[in-house]
Design a protein around this ligand. Structure first.
Ligand SMILES: *Cc1c(COP(=O)(O)O)cnc(C)c1O
Length: 388
């Protein structure tokens, strides 16, 4: 790989933890001619999208709901359907997304309690257990893959705790679904929400929600404020017929259908294994370059969150990677971590060569900035992990 050129002449590399790079096949599917969203051709595709999502979510019952929305819209859809004015909800916070759930709860007049753990730490399961023993909650909200810190949540353990209460467990799996295991039925995850632009390797624009019968028991009650566009009571009968609720975002769903076909060709188990493999390889390579893994929780396989080597400013490195190498990686929004944190996606459409190129460009950038990075060690470490 040549690193002597200026950034402008190198290929643009979208290496964020979302939105992620999209395969050509998926982009071409989005460019198909428009068809009627209730015509036979599109409905067949819609049903196949629902069916292909079921095993990825690990849900056998109610088909998933699909709508035009970003991830936060999908999070809001869960909130307005299980909570409302005066309802009490419990939120696990160990990064950026728990507080988003809190704002959504407060926005509809719900009472939100938070179980807070340090950034990068696992969800405080004992804290959840205690809170559920002390008060009645309508729902518990959690985040599967905390993309601000790289922490993966043990949903099986959390699900077992919440299952002993009347509360429904709602999970933001925007950066988890299709990149790390989700067994919604088996783990007791009553509402799973996700979006198209992360591990599902599509452009942004589709929200996904999947509900259990336990969640339906709460959703179907008429005891709270208006739910507007996201009212799951309008979605369920349509989803069961295999139809979109409103005018479907046809082009985006064509893209999602193609991406799911690609995941089907690879196989779900292999797709999840690929995420782990790439995550381990990038982590090993970055460690060889002097970076250190940030989360103290089990790291999510869908992104790598690391501290920069001593003396290297993360914003400077990120800026240099973009300007000189045309490579886009993310930093941190947390004031206390901003100087040192770098976040890189290993989600969706990532290949072995992406990981090698990441390490080559990052090593070169470190040298440009006056460091002494040796890409040979980094590539050897990554290759060993890729071969494992
Ligand atoms: C990316 C991400 C979101 C994204 O929300 P948008 O509204 O699509 O920007 C939400 N939650 C998590 C955990 C994410 O990683």
């Amino acid at each position: 790989m040549s690193v002597s050129n200026s950034g402008a002449s190198l290929p643009y590399r979208l290496r964020l933890p979302g939105p992620t790079a999209v395969p050509g096949r998926v982009l071409q599917a989005a460019a198909r001619p428009m068809v009627a969203h209730r015509g036979p051709e599109f409905l067949a595709r819609f049903k196949s999208i629902q069916q292909r999502l079921q095993p990825i979510i690990g849900r056998g019952g109610v088909p998933p709901f699909l709508f035009a929305s970003t991830g936060i819209g999908a999070m809001e859809s869960a909130m307005v359907n299980v909570a409302g004015p005066g309802k009490r909800v419990l939120i696990t916070t160990n990064g950026q997304w728990g507080p988003v759930f809190r704002r959504l709860a407060e926005g509809i007049g719900a009472e939100a309690d938070e179980v807070i753990s340090p950034l990068g730490a696992p969800v405080d399961l004992d804290g959840v257990r205690k809170a559920l023993a002390e008060k009645d909650y309508a729902a518990v909200f959690t985040v599967h893959s905390e993309s601000s810190t790289g922490a993966l949540t043990d949903l099986e353990a959390l699900g077992a705790i919440v299952a002993e209460s009347d509360a429904v467990l709602c999970c933001d799996s925007v950066s988890g679904l299709a990149g790390t295991e989700m067994k919604a039925d088996a783990w007791g995850v009553d509402v799973v929400v996700s979006a198209s632009q992360k591990c599902l390797m599509c452009p942004p624009g589709i929200g996904i929600a999947s509900i259990s019968e336990k969640a339906w028991g709460v959703i179907d009650r008429d005891d709270r404020g208006p739910r507007g566009y996201f009212d799951y009571r309008k979605f369920r009968p349509m989803a069961e017929k295999g139809e979109p609720t409103y005018t479907a975002p046809v082009a985006m769903l064509n893209a999602l259908g193609e991406a799911l076909a690609m995941i089907g060709e690879t196989g779900l188990a292999k797709t999840l294994a690929r995420h782990k493999r790439h995550n381990r390889a990038l982590t090993a390579g970055l460690e060889a370059l002097g970076f250190s893994v940030f989360p103290t929780a089990t790291p999510s396989p869908t992104l790598v969150v690391v501290r920069t080597p001593e003396g290297i400013s993360a914003p400077t490195l990120i800026d240099h990677l973009l300007k000189r190498y045309n490579c886009v990686v993310a930093g941190s929004r947390f004031e206390e971590l901003k100087d040192r944190l770098v976040r890189i996606g290993t989600m969706g459409w990532v290949g072995d060569e992406d990981i090698r190129t990441d390490l080559g460009q990052i090593a070169a950038a470190l040298r440009d900035l006056g460091g002494a990075a040796d890409d040979k060690d980094a590539l050897a470490a990554a290759d060993a992990a890729l071969a494992a």
